[in-house]
Design a protein around this ligand. Structure first.
Ligand SMILES: [Zn+2]
Length: 88
């Protein structure tokens, strides 16, 4: 196959369409529970799942979903005491 400028442009256009640095609401939702669990556990969720963090900052719907999820998880974890952190 010969790589003509036209083909290359098409490839570049396809790559841009997939937007590897961004996720949509569906992808965000798929990872939201893990993100919320990490947040509640005091882990750096934003570092582990930077794309979710990014999406939450720009999407109010998912932001509200995240807050609601945090409330649910807090309720569920009520009986299970937060593990004491030994490391400083
Ligand atoms: Zn969203």
């Amino acid at each position: 196959m010969e790589l003509t400028p036209r083909i290359i442009r098409n490839i570049v256009a396809a790559l841009k369409r997939t937007q590897p640095n961004e996720i949509d609401c569906g992808d965000c939702f798929d990872r939201l529970e893990r993100f919320a669990e990490m947040t509640l556990a005091g882990k750096a969720a934003g570092k582990a799942l930077p794309l979710v963090q990014l999406h939450l900052e720009g999407c109010r719907d998912c932001g509200e979903e995240f807050e609601a999820l945090l409330d649910v998880l807090r309720g569920l974890g009520g009986q299970e005491k937060t593990r004491s952190i030994t490391a400083t």
